[in-house]
Design a protein around this ligand. Structure first.
Ligand code: KG4
Ligand code: ZN
Length: 352
């Protein structure tokens, strides 16, 4: 670490503002020396009635939210914009129109304040959410962060990957989905059942009252450590359609059982490749990250499998599973410490 940075850390601390606008959540967070001071999030209800995110509406809502959200994050942290050392922003992947709002705002604020700019890959942010420290948990209650190297199952609405994480910056993707992401499987099947978007949390809630053994669905294999979820979605859709033809009240009568069986199937598929990945790499530190890692069934199952197989499981705090700026700020903090800053000409990118 540079001598100047070390001195700063010891005196007033390194303060980072994180900005996340990759999809439909506008979020800003402040982190000082790795500790979270604030994390503000504005959801966009506007998409609910369409059953999915409408990109143009998302970018317009980001424009409305970005200033008040950043303002509140700085205010709650008790930080003046001029005392920021760096502004970390999600450069991609995500929706271009949404990313543009956060990218442009971060650059403008960096120019105005003289803070450094640090670009963060959204997926790296999800993985590094495990390294967010909170003041509340300092009294020996701090959730321990995974030790390098660890495996991370990254499961969100846009991605499903198994990653070997060797350092804060050294990531190797050893498995990925060849079609839909796990979150998409939850959301699309929820739509079949007439449930609101995003369907993952609703299925999670309903599954708690259902019987997971009531139905069986296809578990498509994609080869190696890869995943495939589109076949599951299709088999779920056809099954429900056929049952409805015989009994128009089928969904109403069996909603909880359908959710429980579907959730169980998705978790089985996810865990099967984790077992293989552990066998293949010999790494037994296993973390999960991303929106689907909020799923109570997946969290329980990972803890159970870990206890049974001698792995160590790492679950992110629920508030850091779905999109948030705290994960962007912590990733930005580690990049800044290593001098990985960005220039003003960095353009957002939509896909990996
Ligand atoms: O990470 P995230 O907020 O956004 C992306 O980067 O995609 O993930 C959103 C996804 C959605 O598909 C949502 O349905 C899913 O995470 N999700 C869940 C749960 N909470 C959020 N899926 C299953 N169970 C949950 N409790
Ligand atoms: Zn995400």
């Amino acid at each position: 670490m540079f001598a100047g940075l070390l001195k700063k850390m010891q005196t007033r601390g390194i303060t980072i503002l994180g900005i996340e606008t990759s999809c439909d959540d506008t979020s800003a967070a402040v982190i000082r020396n790795g500790f979270l001071l604030s994390n503000v999030l504005a959801n966009q209800d506007v998409h609910r009635r369409y059953g999915g995110v409408i990109p143009e509406l998302a970018s317009r809502a980001h424009q409305q939210h970005i200033i008040p959200v950043v303002h509140r994050a700085l205010d709650e942290a008790g930080v003046q914009p001029q005392s920021l050392d760096a502004i970390a922003f999600t450069r991609g992947p995500g929706l271009l129109g949404s990313l543009l709002v956060g990218n442009a705002f971060a650059k403008g604020l960096a120019l105005a304040t003289g803070a450094a700019l640090v670009e963060v890959n959204h997926l790296q942010g999800h993985v590094l959410s495990h390294f967010i420290n909170e003041q509340l948990t300092m009294n020996n209650e701090q959730c321990s962060a995974p030790r390098f190297p660890f495996l991370c199952l990254l499961v969100s609405g846009g991605h499903t990957q198994i990653i070997v994480v060797r350092s804060h910056f050294d990531f190797e993707v050893i498995g990925h989905t060849i079609d839909d992401a796990a979150g998409e499987a939850f959301d699309k099947c929820a739509k079949v059942l007439g449930l609101p978007y995003p369907g993952g949390p609703v299925i999670d809630r309903l599954a708690a009252q259902g019987d997971a053994a009531a139905f069986r669905f296809a578990k498509p294999r994609a080869g190696g450590l890869n995943y495939s979820f589109s076949g599951l979605k299709t088999s779920f859709l056809y099954f429900v359609r056929d049952q409805l033809a015989a009994n128009p009240r089928f969904i109403d009568e069996r909603r909880a059982d359908l959710c429980a069986a579907l959730q169980q199937t998705i978790i089985d598929i996810l865990l099967e490749n984790i077992v293989r990945a552990v066998a293949q790499t010999g790494i037994t530190e296993v973390a999960v990250a991303g929106g689907v890692s909020a799923n109570s069934g997946l969290r329980r199952r990972l803890v159970d499998e870990s206890a049974r197989r001698g792995w160590t499981a790492y679950l992110p705090a629920l508030r850091f599973t779905t999109d948030n700026a705290a994960m962007i700020a912590i990733a930005g903090y580690h990049k800044f410490l290593h001098g990985r800053t960005t220039t003003l000409d960095a353009a957002p990118f939509a896909s990996t």
